[in-house]
Ligand binder design. Structure first.
Ligand code: C5P
Length: 244
């Protein structure tokens, strides 16, 4: 099921990278109405468990993205995806590095829940070309494209890649696959000790074909998080106007 967002606000996914339920609920209330989706990652999920998903659902009409980046043998991942189907989750991630059979079984399990869509992480946006070369001696662009193609074959709804590869992924896969782009850095508002290596501005990522942008610290650590989120939505809106 491919679900292309129509509203600029719906394209913005906020990474709810906070330590506990109290700060999560405070942030959800603060940003409610300014972002399309809240992404729950390992920090919050490991601390609070699946109950945090329902707690978020009870406080906002925005969708929920469960970013667990599953990576294990196919049967184990498929069973974890089946467990996730019981929760109010719109997107769930697996690592494309787990291979085609793993993604296929995961996609089949996801298909049992009407709301759950599987995304495959191609290569983490924190990996640089040099990190990759020292690990496997291959180029970033070709590895991302190879994993995106496998994710498409496996029946995943979309893939996660950086803004630096999204144009090539769209060119290869077209609109048959959603593209979700983290490592998004607005021109102003640098992140202290940033671990992201393959970054793009919101405008660049949207112009290159990103369907969704994932933004965490540039919103979370801003003096005015709501204002920072609204500014990104405006940047998405103006980039979209320039495409048409
Ligand atoms: O704070 P920042 O904007 O870097 O947050 C990016 C979010 O996207 C984090 O929650 C991170 O776990 C997630 N992510 C990523 N790279 C991927 C997949 C997910 O940074 N390839």
């Amino acid at each position: 099921m491919t679900d292309h967002p129509t509203d600029s606000k719906d394209r913005l996914i906020f990474a709810l990278d906070v330590p506990d339920r109290e700060s999560a609920m405070r942030t959800v209330k603060l940003l409610d109405g300014t972002v399309g989706m809240f992404k729950v990652g390992l920090e919050l999920f490991v601390r609070e468990g699946p109950q945090i998903l329902q707690a978020i659902r009870d406080h906002t009409s925005s969708k929920i993205f469960l970013d667990l980046k599953l990576h294990d043998i196919p049967a184990t991942v498929a069973r974890a995806v089946r467990s996730a189907c019981a929760h109010p989750v719109h997107f769930l991630t697996v690592h494309a590095a787990g291979g085609l059979p793993m993604m296929q079984e995961a996609a089949q399990a996801a298909a049992q829940a009407s709301e759950l869509n599987l995304l495959a992480v191609t290569v983490l946006t924190s990996m640089s070309e040099a990190d990759l070369a020292s690990e496997r001696g291959t180029g970033m662009g070709s590895l991302v494209l190879a994993r995106a193609e496998l994710a498409r074959q496996a029946g995943c709804t979309g893939i996660v890649c950086s803004g630096q590869e999204v144009a090539a992924v769209k060119q290869q896969c077209g609109d048959s696959i959603l593209t979700v782009v983290p490592g998004v850095r607005p021109a102003e508002g640098a992140v202290a000790e940033d671990d992201q290596r393959r970054t793009a501005t919101p405008a660049q990522a949207i112009t290159d074909g990103a369907d969704y942008l994932v933004v965490g610290r540039p919103i979370r650590d801003a003096k005015d998080p709501r204002g920072a989120a609204q500014k990104i939505v405006e940047e998405i809106e103006s980039a979209r106007r320039n495409i048409v």
